[in-house]
Design a protein around this ligand. Structure first.
Ligand SMILES: [Zn+2]
Length: 799
């Protein structure tokens, strides 16, 4: 049976379409479909069951009473495991006509949304005919014209003849009705036709006016189908209204980094606490990934959208010819690109739109998100994407630590921007049409004696692409194939085709699901994601090699008061790690009288010196990599250091630091060449174990802190790291075991709270190396004795 798909959507029914998958009664695989107009389609077997869909789950009891009043035995009425759906076993109630009559009576019961007969396919799949269908756009091969929105509303699923007639009277649909309409249970969309876009092509400077549309859908990762088309429409309209309202006062986003991609979030609403900083972080991160010198505007707001919904997002699309897309991809290749040169050189692209058939369509059209259009084809007027996030969703804005039962806003935002950048497939809702990403989409298996999956560049030039939803089986038999590498994709069921396959660990951030407490921070875009963005025309990875991943906060360790710790980031050449002294010895509630004032050093930068290996504890013999601060950048290959602990005169209690990495071939005077900053803090003076001062209103440090140092001194089993228990002197000595002087320092911290050390030293060091010989620190006045010569109080000297 040949099947066709349309951008056909149902009011209200989407919830049912998804949730039934988990149902455990006889209708485990109930789906909603819109029956074929074509009389040649295989008819469905009636089951005699009537599905009664309520417009509110709370109406259940009332509806049962009213149904009983119609003479239906209450024992025949069962609740579907779907909230808001009743099932009536009416198999022996006087045949189809009597059931249709009963359905009409039930329909008049207040709270009943509609009534539908349940049928069964040859494979035993239970289907309820969806009588209320909303067609927002019909696309077909021969025309770029947008069909008007068509609201096909009938009241009763039994009135299928009436429905057929209405479809037959709608040419935009009836033209493509030679099979089943499959109502996708996944890709609920609302499509807004846009003003045609004026474009100027990079390749030859030609201009054109192209059709444009914005596709709204729910954000990935929430309860699938939690938003109906109606609700999407409401959100889209509210979003547009909010955008108009603040159009006058728009600024250029929260942050902007140039050159390269300039991503601008236009904020349309008030933001929850923490959201603005998270958006700025994502913006800076994404801008650092891509070199394309384009401005991408994304309007963003927060609004209450109900439970189970992350939000809703609309991406603007243009369409162009396949040949224009290919030529532009080839003209736009960056130095890492090769595959684009092997796209079929023919005027059209061979595509299989039916995974169960060898039929090939010679496709001459490609849909391109507006942002993707900007990246490789040309400039285009109009807005790029819109995002409405749900204020009622449990967001966590501050990765890497994501609280249980909350979701990482930053990862979700990067993922959704990824769709806007063009990580989307025509398999999700288009009818025999594809998008740029689909130029690389092939069947994964080779099939029976055929060659569905290209193995060579020569294969890649001729093998038909495959863009179909949920076909062929088994599940997810589809790859994005760049020949040098291939990634398995979702096939549309149960996950949208615009994603990698749902698996653990995730292939990339374009995985279709994100769990609570899961994060892709800090390096959101993985190799897989980057490969595909690169293939669809983005200049990735950034050829500005001075961009570097950030040091990673060490989540497994609690903070101490004299060390800061981080995990060095991955890197491809030697890097230096800079420490900015943001705030020094600056506790909430003020310092005890007699404390030093280190604020003159705030804003200065130091560097992380070469880590030295020492033994953290005996008898365990754990290794500690500890590094003093340095006045000058120290270039190292940091791979293998695991966690690096930084100490020195600059590392004081109650302080805030930002660590950033930079590649050593880059200019340390250029701020944009640094990685994003990772913020690290030290604890209150001497407060090295829980509870911390910030957590509980007690005097800190307390006896638990002192006893932790005593335990370390005694090398007791389970004693905590030197990186927390060493407290003295101004420049720690990581190679020396914790001793009574550290205990004494904590006792003093407990008694008077006064941090008794001199803190940072000026750079470059005021002490000349090798001038004053020494045996012990006291030979050096305020300085310290290093390798038999005096240095300054931070252990440094100037040659
Ligand atoms: Zn997604």
């Amino acid at each position: 049976m040949e099947r066709f798909k349309l951008a056909v959507m149902m009011f209200g029914m989407c919830v049912l379409g998804f949730t039934v998958l988990a149902e455990a009664d006889g209708l485990a695989d109930l789906h909603y479909r819109f029956e074929a107009v074509d009389a040649t389609a295989t008819p469905l077997a009636p089951t005699g069951v009537i599905a009664v869909v309520l417009n509110n789950a709370g109406m259940d009891a009332n509806a049962r009473t009213a149904i009983a009043a119609l003479g239906v035995d209450p024992n025949r009425v069962t609740s579907s495991l779907l909230a808001g759906t009743l099932l009536i076993d009416a198999a022996d109630i006087g045949g189809p006509n009597a059931r249709a009559q009963l359905a009409t009576q039930i329909l008049s019961i207040p709270g009943v949304d509609y009534v539908a007969p349940v049928s069964e396919t040859q494979n035993g799949v239970k289907l309820a005919l969806a009588p209320r269908v909303y067609v927002s756009r019909v696309s077909n091969q021969n025309s770029d014209a947008l069909a008007p929105s068509i609201d096909l509303t009938t009241a009763n699923g039994f009135e299928i003849e009436s429905l057929r007639n209405r479809i037959a009277a709608t040419p935009e649909i009836s033209a493509v009705t030679s099979g089943w309409f499959q109502v996708s249970s996944i890709a609920t969309r609302y499509v807004v036709p846009n003003e045609p876009a004026s474009v100027t092509r990079y390749l030859d400077g030609t201009t054109a006016t192209l059709p444009s549309e914005t596709v709204w859908r729910e954000m990935c990762g929430g309860t699938h189908g939690a938003l109906s088309v109606d609700q999407l429409k409401t959100i889209a309209n509210s979003h547009a209204q909010a955008a108009r309202a603040i159009e006058e006062e728009t600024t250029g986003g929260i942050a902007a980094v140039t050159p390269g991609l300039d991503l601008r979030f236009q904020i349309l609403s008030s933001l929850p606490a923490g959201a603005a900083a998270a958006i700025a972080e994502v913006e800076a991160y994404l801008e650092a990934q891509f070199d394309d010198p384009v401005v991408i505007n994304i309007s963003l707001r927060f609004a209450p959208l109900g439970s189970g919904v992350l939000g809703s997002t609309g991406s603007s699309y243009l369409s162009t010819t396949y040949a224009a897309a290919r030529d532009a991809l080839q003209a736009n290749m960056d130095i890492t690109d090769t595959i684009q040169d092997f796209l079929p050189s023919t005027p059209t692209l061979p595509v299989r739109y039916n995974g169960n058939s060898e039929t090939v369509t010679n496709e001459n059209r490609v849909f391109v998100t507006r942002a993707n259009y900007n990246s490789y084809i040309g400039t285009a007027s109009g807005s790029t994407a819109s995002m409405t996030f749900n204020t009622q969703f449990a967001w966590d804005y501050t990765p890497p630590s994501i609280s249980p039962s909350t979701w990482d806003f930053q990862s979700v935002l990067v993922h959704e921007v990824g769709h806007a950048l063009g990580f989307t497939s025509g398999a999700d809702f288009r009818f025999n049409d594809l998008e740029t990403l689909d130029l690389y989409r092939f069947q994964r298996s080779d099939g029976d004696g055929t060659n569905h999956n290209p193995d060579t560049l020569a294969d890649f030039q001729t093998t038909p692409r495959m863009v179909d939803q949920n076909e062929p089986l088994p599940i997810d038999d589809v790859n994005s194939d760049l020949i040098t590498v291939e990634y398995r994709m979702s096939d549309g069921n149960p996950r949208q085709a615009s994603h990698f396959r749902d698996q653990s660990p995730a292939i990339g951030i374009m995985d279709p699901t994100i769990g609570s407490a899961q994060t892709f921070f800090p390096n959101f875009i993985r190799q897989s994601d980057g490969d595909m963005f690169d293939a669809i025309g983005w200049d990735y990875p950034s050829q500005n090699f001075c961009r570097q991943d950030a040091p990673i906060r060490n989540l497994t360790a609690l903070p101490g008061s004299r060390y800061i710790s981080f995990i060095p980031p991955d890197h491809i050449e030697t890097i230096a790690i800079r420490v900015k002294l943001v705030s020094l010895l600056n506790p909430e509630g003020g310092l005890p009288a007699g404390s030093p004032d280190l604020s003159a050093f705030e804003g200065e930068v130091r560097w992380v010196g070469a880590p030295v290996e020492s033994t953290d504890s005996d008898p365990q013999g754990t290794t500690l990599f500890a590094a003093n601060t340095s006045c000058e950048p120290v270039c190292l290959d940091w791979i293998g250091y695991d966690v690096v602990h930084v100490y020195g005169g600059e590392i004081a209690p109650n302080s805030v630091y930002e660590v950033q990495a930079i590649r050593c071939s880059c200019d340390t005077s250029i701020e944009k060449d640094y990685s994003t900053a990772t913020s690290l803090t030290t604890s209150h003076w001497g407060d090295i174990t829980e509870p911390f001062l910030s957590e509980i209103a007690t005097i800190q440090p307390d006896f638990s802190d002192i006893s932790a140092i005593v335990a370390k001194f005694l090398e007791a089993p389970g004693a905590i790291s030197k990186a927390r228990t060493q407290l003295q002197p101004n420049v720690l000595k990581p190679e020396v075991p914790v001793d009574f002087k550290d205990i004494s320092a904590d006792v003093n911290a407990f008694l008077d709270g006064i941090y008794g050390y001199t803190g940072p030293c000026v750079c470059p060091s005021s002490v000349t190396c090798g001038v004053t010989s020494c045996a012990v620190d006291s030979d050096c006045g305020t300085g310290v004795c290093v390798d038999s010569f005096c240095t300054d109080a931070c252990g440094r000297c100037t040659p």
